[in-house]
Design a protein around this ligand. Structure first.
Ligand SMILES: CC(C)(COP(=O)(O)OP(=O)(O)OC[C@H]1O[C@@H](n2cnc3c(N)ncnc32)[C@H](O)[C@@H]1OP(=O)(O)O)[C@@H](O)C(=O)NCCC(=O)NCCS
Length: 145
């Protein structure tokens, strides 16, 4: 039986730590607690018991839309196709659950992530000015899965 997502999950604390370490706009513990709700989906990439990466989605079943809120993998796992493999497992699960589109925002200065999303087939929708709390703008992107 798989353990449901929330504070009791063995990767819960490690996921919050990776968010702090690897993502520009990390969430508070309070925000992470809210991801226990069924309107979120969290995926993990691990080697044994060591967490190497995670992806967090907010789900709109009505719109068949999965909003990719965060994705990160450890620096030593980057550049070798691991992120794409991790993404492909997410798509299989999302499709099986009936989702048809993935939407995301990405900071305009995050060239690496933008390059990664383009490689996966994401199309640029528009630029959201001053999207982040520090005034940084974001590109919105979308992909039919
Ligand atoms: C986003 C992330 C998961 C992608 O994984 P990755 O292994 O780095 O991705 P890849 O190396 O497969 O792809 C990145 C692409 O962008 C290119 N790239 C790298 N740096 C770049 C830059 N500064 N500007 C433009 N493109 C860049 C790479 O060359 C690569 O394309 P290529 O394979 O055609 O050469 C990973 O970089 C990561 O965890 N980043 C930190 C967290 C983050 O920023 N997440 C996104 C916002 S939540």
């Amino acid at each position: 039986m798989s353990i449901s997502w929330g504070p009791q999950h063995p990767f819960f604390a490690a996921t919050i730590q990776l968010d702090q370490d690897l993502i520009s706009y990390p969430w508070t513990a309070q925000q992470w607690l809210a991801t226990s709700l069924p309107t979120y989906a969290v995926f993990h990439s691990s080697v044994g018991s060591e967490l190497q990466g995670f992806a967090l989605y907010q789900l709109s079943e009505f719109e068949k839309l999965a909003h990719l809120l965060k994705i990160a993998i450890a620096p030593e796992q980057r550049g070798g196709g691991e992120a794409r493999k991790f993404w492909e497992t997410q798509v299989l699960t999302l499709r099986a659950r009936g989702f048809e589109r993935v939407y995301l925002e990405v900071a305009v200065n995050n060239g690496r992530a933008i390059g990664f999303y383009r490689k996966l087939g994401f199309k640029l929708l528009h630029e959201a000015k001053s999207f982040y709390k520090d005034g940084q703008s974001a590109f919105t992107m979308e992909l039919a899965i």
